[in-house]
Design a protein around this ligand. Structure first.
Ligand SMILES: Nc1nc2c(c(=O)[nH]1)N[C@H]1C(S)=C(S)[C@@H](COP(=O)(O)O)O[C@H]1N2
Ligand SMILES: [Mo]
Length: 201
């Protein structure tokens, strides 16, 4: 499989415009997890929208799969320097979740939480307007457990640690509160195009 971007020399216009500084392209799909893979049965899976501790809306798997499903092909960029082009996902846009909950967002900041205890902070603005989804399929197939199945957040324009695997809730917070990696030295926002890898970048 050869495409123009991959074969161009360093500095080739097409690739440099597409590959953020300090990144290299991979064709495999590395697995990066801080914890063992939790095995979650879709029978028991739920996804909750919260405002602080208060539940705003909650879906089980069947209800979630009945929401509008959207396809997305995007490049992804991991802070450990690999990037993968043209990854193909399907799931529910955050816009469609908020619409289904008939919700006016109560704050501008969120924390995504996962089965297993992982979390990551995201401004609401980075989740809406078609930018992000809760993905349940990758490459046309149900999302594999090691990549976050049954469902993961996909926020492809930020470093991939923001795309919480095994996601089970999105919580509105009054302030921007750091999550798992942000408390351990990773950047609060994580824009790969500005190389926001670590806290003070
Ligand atoms: N729940 C959870 N989500 C997570 C992580 C994790 O350890 N736990 N790792 C993050 C990091 S650092 C990266 S690079 C991506 C890796 O996703 P992948 O294993 O599908 O490549 O998931 C992110 N989401
Ligand atoms: Mo990562």
């Amino acid at each position: 499989m050869v495409t123009r971007g991959f074969t161009g020399k360093a500095g080739d216009y097409g690739q440099s415009r597409r590959l953020p500084s300090g990144q290299h392209v991979v064709s495999d799909f590395p697995v990066l997890s801080a914890t063992p893979t939790p095995l979650i049965d879709t029978e028991n899976w739920t996804f909750t929208l919260k405002n602080g501790p208060r539940v705003l809306a909650k879906w089980n798997w069947a209800d979630f799969k009945a929401l509008p499903q959207t396809k997305m092909t995007r490049d992804i960029h991991c802070v450990t320097t690999w990037s993968k082009f043209d990854t193909f996902w399907e799931g529910v846009l955050i816009d469609d979740l908020l619409a289904a909950a008939d919700l006016v967002a109560p704050s501008a900041y969120t924390l995504a939480h996962s089965y297993g205890g992982y979390s990551t902070n995201l401004p609401l603005a980075d989740l809406i307007s078609g930018k992000a989804m809760v993905a349940t399929k990758y490459g046309g197939k149900p999302l594999a457990p090691e990549h976050g199945g049954p469902a993961r957040l996909l926020v492809p324009h930020l470093y991939f640690w923001k795309s919480a695997k095994w996601v089970n809730s999105l919580q509105f917070t009054d302030r921007d509160e750091p999550g798992f990696w942000e408390l351990r030295g990773y950047h609060r926002y994580g824009d790969p195009w500005r190389e926001q890898r670590y806290t003070n970048d």
